[in-house]
Ligand binder design. Structure first.
Ligand code: GAR
Length: 190
């Protein structure tokens, strides 16, 4: 059984969707959730799902050793960033080479980088007059929203769309594709 840890900073709707996708699978499961904010709603979702969760401070996360120990103690094979807003330190990337995946709610390399998350991304898409947006799923490196792209999906952006309209379309793509792409990456790991 492959064990997945999810790192999230906020609501955690993707975390819940991924956990439900793997529920009952004898191949992989979400067995641990880490939040960097004690108020993050993802912690409520973890409780409801019966998945162990932990909160780490930004300082602890950036220091990395403690988080690596937590992941290793739980035999975690693969790490998913689902709405996680901190930059992943090099030590953690080195501990899980090619095994940390992120989702970004736009078509990278557009609208990525430090400070570009959630609604800020959708606002930037609308303000740029883009006619399409979408999702990018990528194996991370030590830079924000860089690394190896595994998958992109697009949705149209109408001239009348608000950032909330774009967010709704992008979330639909995330829920449809992210768990399936994680499943595929896991199958290709070994
Ligand atoms: C998702 O749309 C995800 O793509 C985005 O945050 C949202 C989290 O929603 N991530 C980023 O912007 C990372 N730069 P959720 O907490 O409901 O899953």
């Amino acid at each position: 059984m492959k064990k997945i840890a999810i790192l999230a900073s906020g609501s955690g709707s993707n975390a819940e969707n991924i956990a439900n996708y793997f529920k009952g699978s004898d191949y992989a499961q979400v067995s641990f959730i880490i939040a960097n904010n004690p108020q993050a709603y993802v912690l409520e979702r973890a409780k409801k799902l019966g998945i162990e969760a932990a909160v780490v401070s930004k300082a602890e996360f950036m220091e990395a050793e403690g988080v690596i120990a937590m992941l290793r103690e739980r035999d975690i094979d693969f790490v998913v960033l689902a709405g996680f807003l901190l930059l992943v330190p090099q030590k953690l990337i080195a501990a899980y080479p090619g095994r940390i995946v992120n989702i970004h709610p736009a078509l990278l390399p557009k609208h990525g980088g430090k400070g570009m998350y959630g609604d800020r991304v959708h606002k930037a898409v609308v303000e740029s007059g883009d006619t399409e947006s979408g999702i990018t799923i990528h194996i991370i490196d030590e830079h924000y929203d860089k690394g190896t792209t595994c998958f992109q999906a697009k949705c149209p952006v109408l001239s009348t769309d608000t950032p909330d309209d774009v967010a709704a379309k992008v979330h639909a793509l995330e829920y449809e594709h992210f768990p399936r792409v994680i499943d595929e990456i896991l199958h290709n790991l070994d």
